[in-house]
Design a protein around this ligand. Structure first.
Ligand code: C5P
Length: 238
C-alpha cells in the first residue's frame, strides 16, 4: 500500500479542522490535530500552575505529556479525555508563549512526525482504481506543510475572510452554549486577529503558506464543497 500525507495549514477558525476531520473520514485516513497538542500542553501547564513564560519548565511539561488521538476527533492527555477541556478561551489566551517556545515545538514536532509515519492499522484507507491500496493521514496546523511534513504528497493552505471566520466561530460557540457573557462577533474577530498576528510573526515555525501549497478560500464555500475540493486534489495526484 502507498502512504499519502495531506498537510492542511491556515489561520484560526478558517475551517481547517472540520474539513480535515471529514476528509479523513471519507478517505479512511488518520487525522492528527496538531493544534490540539499545543492546547493540551497549555492545559497541563495551567493545571499544574507552571507559569507559561517559564521556558524550561514548560518544555519539561511538553516532554512528559502523553498526547494521543484514540479516535477521530478525540484527544487524550496522560490517559484522560481532554477533547472539551482544551477548547476554552482560557486555553487560547495562554497558548501563544507555549506555541513560540522552541523546546515545545521540537518535542511536538517529533511526535507529529512519528504519528504521521505510524501507518496505524486503524487507517483503513481506500482502493484506487480497484487495485492499489492508499493509506494515509491528514494533519492540520500552522507549520505542517513548511516544517513538519515538507514532503507531504498534498499541501493545502486554507484561508477565509476575517469576518466570515469570526462569524463561524461565534456560531460554533453559540451552538455549544459556550459563548461568554456579552461576547460579540467583534470581540471574537479581535481575538482571532491577535492570535493570527502572533502565529505569523513568531520566530520559530511561523504561520506561512508553503511554496507548493494549494490555496483554498473557504469564505463562500460549504463544508461539503471544501471537503470535495481537497478530495479532488488527492485523486489528481494519484
Ligand atoms: O489549530 P488551533 O486553533 O487549535 O491551534 C491553537 C494554537 O496552537 C494556534 O493559534 C497556534 O498558536 C498553535 N499552533 C501552532 N502550530 C501548529 C498548530 C497550532 O503553533 N501546528
Amino acid at each position: 500500500s502507498r502512504l499519502f500525507r495531506i498537510a492542511i495549514d491556515g489561520p484560526a477558525a478558517s475551517g481547517k479542522s472540520t474539513t480535515a476531520k471529514l476528509l479523513a473520514k471519507k478517505l479512511g485516513f488518520g487525522y492528527i490535530d496538531s493544534g490540539a497538542m499545543y492546547r493540551a500542553v497549555t492545559l497541563k501547564c495551567l493545571d499544574q500552575g507552571v507559569p507559561i513564560t517559564d521556558t524550561q519548565k514548560v518544555q519539561d511539561i511538553a516532554h512528559h505529556a502523553k498526547i494521543r488521538f484514540p479516535s477521530l476527533g478525540t484527544v487524550e492527555l496522560d490517559g484522560k479525555d481532554v477533547s472539551t477541556a482544551i477548547r476554552t478561551s482560557r486555553i487560547v489566551q495562554n497558548i501563544s508563549p507555549i506555541a513560540s517556545n522552541p523546546g515545545v515545538r521540537a518535542t511536538l514536532a517529533n511526535q507529529q512526525r512519528s504519528l504521521a509515519h505510524a501507518n496505524d492499522p486503524a487507517w483503513s484507507g481506500f482502493k484506487h482504481k480497484n487495485t492499489e491500496k492508499i493509506r494515509g493521514v491528514v494533519m492540520d496546523g500552522r507549520d505542517i506543510g513548511t516544517v513538519i511534513l515538507p514532503d507531504a504528497e498534498l499541501k493545502v493552505f486554507i484561508v477565509a475572510e476575517p469576518h466570515v471566520r469570526a462569524q463561524r466561530r461565534y456560531d460554533e460557540l453559540k451552538e455549544k452554549n459556550s459563548l461568554a457573557q456579552g461576547e460579540t462577533v467583534e470581540a471574537i474577530a479581535q481575538d482571532l486577529e491577535a492570535r493570527d498576528e502572533a502565529d505569523r510573526t513568531r520566530k520559530v515555525s511561523p504561520l506561512k503558506k508553503a511554496k507548493d501549497a494549494i490555496e483554498l478560500d473557504t469564505s463562500h464555500k460549504t463544508i461539503d464543497e471544501q471537503v470535495s475540493a481537497i478530495e479532488k486534489l488527492v485523486y489528481d495526484r494519484l
